[in-house]
Each structure stands twice: as structure tokens, then as C-alpha cells.
Design a protein around this ligand. Sequence first.
Ligand code: SAH
Ligand code: SF4
Ligand code: F3S
Length: 452
Amino acid sequence: MPVPAPYGTGLEPMGSYHVTTFGCQMNEHDSERMKGMLESLGYEEAAGRADADLILFNTCSIRESADNRFIAHLGEAKRLKSEDPERIVGVGGCWAQSVKDEVFERFPFVDVAFGPGQIHRLAEFLTQDSLTAQGYFEFEDFSGHLPAKREREFQGWVQISVGCNCRCAYCIVPQTRGREVSRDPHELIAEIERLAADGVTEVTLLGQNVNSYGRDLPKESRITFAELLGQVDAVDGIGRIRYTSPHPKDIREDVILAHAELPALCPHIHLPLQSGSSRMLKAMRRTYNRQRYLDRVAQIREHVPDCALTTDIIVGFPGETEEDFAATLEVVDEVGYDGAFTFIFSPRRGTEAATMADPVSHPVKRERMERLVELVQRRAKERAQRFVGRSVEVLVEGPSRTDPARLRGRSSHNKTVNFEGTAQPGEFVDVEITSATSTTLAGHEKLLSRVP
Ligand code: SAH
Ligand code: SF4
Ligand code: F3S
């Protein structure tokens, strides 16, 4: 397999690439930008790793399981590289950033490694004459303005800030993504206008702590997150706005009111709880306590009564007692989340919590996790019953995963909806909901219901 020539003729492809993505939406979006950049260099997407000249991994390091999953895949890349040494293997993303040049010592077959802030450097690497192993790990502002290759033409992600200034004791992200830097609002709105002109109707704004958006901007361009939401809402063609994640310490009434006032802003807030115990929250350095969190929830329910609420919860943080865990169960019961991501605490290198004494055994953590999941699902199922008998607007994404004869889409509350109908991906349709589980709604397109 030839090494891609540094400068393409524009007529034939420079080579083929394959990207595997691990981790959060931010990484998925970074992969879209990697793909966009590679295609603008003349590369084509390969169907599988075995067909690719350039094998890329966009990694995550949030929990140990994320590291392990990726390392298992890397074995296949090693084999493919040994079969064809001219193939290029690249490792980007948060895991790469967290181990930096160690990547090359541990995995000598890797040719290029780069952190999440250095995606654009991949192009530099690929177009230089000598392809000697190279690592790129500086933090800059936003990582270049790369065209994204979107998975669905009608959905777009927009990164409003990079990095995180919080210091949650368990979290590796501040190390892997650096300090928080907000992007200029004019630039963001121009990007969203371009997306809308290109057929995007749903945008998801991404940041580690979207509520602190803008605080680091120069005075003349500084706006708040709520103001940004207002400006995005005003963009013609944008029918739905989502964002993730708000931090409970920073979410303000103006953002909650925006949910009540802005027609395009979806009635869904993902508000990571982490623990219902104030003692644990303090140890985690979340800088809010149980009451403050519940006050925010009350404020949301007051202004946007039907708003869907989802959350993230960590079980078994070092020193979590049965009493602390019971406090988490209480909050979950009281709030009644529409859904929750639940994680067993995983010590991460370089974080404060990794050095904390942890007397809680793994079986105890597993057992707590089971109890938590049972409660989360029961409450989510109860909450979901409010949609039964209602007509909800669904953005169609494609065929149902379980039954290809049906369609799948998402409601504005961010529920997956499987339904009978004839709509095409990208269309908004009204669906009559006939049943609900903890995670999905089922029904039929409104028009169909009138057909005898
Ligand atoms: N910036 C986002 C969270 C990003 S990480 C926020 O603060 O909302 C997504 C979730 O992973 C976190 O909310 C947390 O619940 C979980 N998580 C992060 N580090 C973890 C660790 N070391 N062990 C277990 N779960 C963790
Ligand atoms: Fe991690 Fe906390 Fe920042 Fe979220 S807010 S990315 S959990 S440090
Ligand atoms: Fe996301 Fe994983 Fe990095 S969750 S920010 S890709 S560590």
C-alpha cells in the first residue's frame, strides 16, 4: 500500500482512512471534524480498518473501562500495521493527551498521537515529507476551524467552549482538555447560520460547563449562555436547540427562563447530580450541596413544568457510606429523572480522588449500583407515562433499531420514539404515543391514525 503522496492531484484519492471514536459527544464531534479535514485533504472513508491506509482512534479516558476498550482495539491495528508497515496508525483524543509521549513507548507501532486540542495538526503530519513518529499535545484555543463531516445532515454539533476550569476530584477532563476557552459568539452564530443553510435543523451546543460560557471573553464580545441561546434561537431554520452539559453550580434562572421562552430550545436539561449526599459532593469538589441542587430542580419545575430532567451519578466515590448512598437514592426518588447515566467510580491517574483512601469494596459498589439502576428505571418509567395519549413532535432519524419496518426518532424531550409511519429522516412529524418504557416511547404517526 503506497504512502499517501504529500500533495494530491485532486483527481485520485490520497488514500483511505478509518476512524473509531470512543467517549462523549465532544469526541464524536471531534471525529466529524477529523473526517472533514481528511476529506478536504483528499482522503476517502474506508469501510473497515483492514481497508484503510490511515487507521485513527479518537480516544476517551473518563473511566478505566474506556481505556481498556480502546487498548483491545489497538491490538488489531498493530496486526494490520505489521502486515503492511506503510499503513499509518494515529491515536488522538483524551487518552492520548493523558499519557502523551508515553504512547510511543507503550505502542511503538503508533505513528502519530495528538490531544483533543490538536486535531488540525494531523493534516500537518500527513502532508510533511518524513512520516517519523510525532506527538502533538499543546493546548491552544479552539482546535482549528475544520469542516465537519456530519453523520446526519440535519443534526449538527457546535462546540461553544473547550476545556474546563472545574476541579471535580474524580475527573480527568481538565487534564485532557485544558483550561476553559469560550469561542467568540459572532463566530458561533455565523457557524450555526452556515449549518442551517446546509440543512441542519437541530443543533447541540457542546461544552464541559456550558453555563460558564463567555466569562473568559473580552468585554466587548462577552455574552452569557442565556444570551447565546437567544441568538441561536433567532437563526432561521434552526428548529431545535440542545446543549450539554450545564453544571448545577452555574445554571442560572436566565437559562431556565430561556427554556420557557425560546421556541426552539428543547424542554430537556441534563443536570449532573453525581451524588445526593452533601458530604460526598464536598469531597468531589462539586461546589453545590444537595439543597442547592434541589432548589435548582424546583426552579426548573416552576418555570418549565414538563421539562425532562436527566443526570449523571457516580456510585462508590471513595468513602461513600451506606448513608451517603441512601441520600443519592432519596434525591433520585424525589426528582424523578427521565433518565440517568450511572457510573461506578473509577480512579483516574493524576486526579485528586485517585489518591483517596477507599474502604468501600467493589462488590458493595456493584450492589449499590444495582439498587440505583432499579430505582432510576422505575422512576423513569413512571415519568414516561405522562407522554402516553399525547402527541409529540419527533425528528425522524431512520428505521427503528429493533424493528426495521418501523421508524425511530427523538422527541423534543430527548426520548427515543419508535413508531409506525412513512416519514423520511430529517422530517418533523407528530406521533401519537401509545406506550412508554423507562427509555423509549412507542406510537404511530398522527396522519396514520386517521386512516381506517
Ligand atoms: N463536564 C460534564 C461531565 C463530563 S464526564 C459535567 O460536568 O457535567 C461525564 C460523566 O462521567 C460525569 O458527569 C461523571 O458522572 C462521570 N465520570 C467522570 N469521571 C468519572 C470517574 N473517574 N469515575 C466514574 N465516573 C466518572
Ligand atoms: Fe469533569 Fe467536573 Fe469539569 Fe465536568 S465539570 S468536565 S465533571 S471537572
Ligand atoms: Fe469526553 Fe472522554 Fe474526553 S468523556 S471529554 S472523550 S475523557
